[in-house]
Design a binder for this molecule. Structure first.
Ligand SMILES: [Zn+2]
Ligand SMILES: [Zn+2]
Length: 143
């Protein structure tokens, strides 16, 4: 069976995080290392800014076929035995526009997800290439 979840970080990092509670002395150092794995995400449209992770959530049910900016759901402690990760275990902040490569958040004001993620500027420019129904729903947002 294929691994259900692929993220650009090793399991060692995950277990290091798990030890944090029992090893208070090293908390700040580990927090630093956590920080190094984070990337800065800024939506090119609404300028939402967040430190988060960037990687592949390409497990079957997520619907995401590309690398996304995401956070682990802060309200759910990581469970390393869990095999059936689903997209609701993560908070996806945004992705890179398939056409222009700019980071955009998943807010419907900023992007459209149709097979790939497209920023609203590209959707607006290339609206003829998207299904009419899809564009109708968001036409008020297009310039
Ligand atoms: Zn945005
Ligand atoms: Zn774009």
């Amino acid at each position: 069976m294929a691994e259900p979840l692929k993220i650009d970080e090793s399991d060692t990092n995950l277990s290091a995080k798990d030890n944090k509670e029992t090893n208070v002395a090293s908390t700040s150092k580990e927090a630093d290392e956590e920080d190094k794995k984070l990337v800065s995400f800024q939506c090119s449209h609404c300028f939402l800014f967040e430190k988060c992770r960037f990687g592949d959530l390409s497990f079957d049910k997520s619907g995401y076929t590309e690398s996304v900016f995401y956070l682990r759901d802060p309200f759910v402690p990581p469970d390393f035995h869990k095999k059936d990760y689903a997209v609701q275990d993560f908070v996806v902040l945004g992705s890179l526009c398939y056409l222009c490569g700019q980071p955009v958040c998943i807010d419907e004001e900023c992007s459209l997800f149709y097979v790939h993620t497209y920023c609203i500027s590209c959707v607006s420019r290339e609206r003829d290439r998207f299904p009419g129904k899809l564009i109708q729903g968001i036409s008020s947002k297009l310039k």
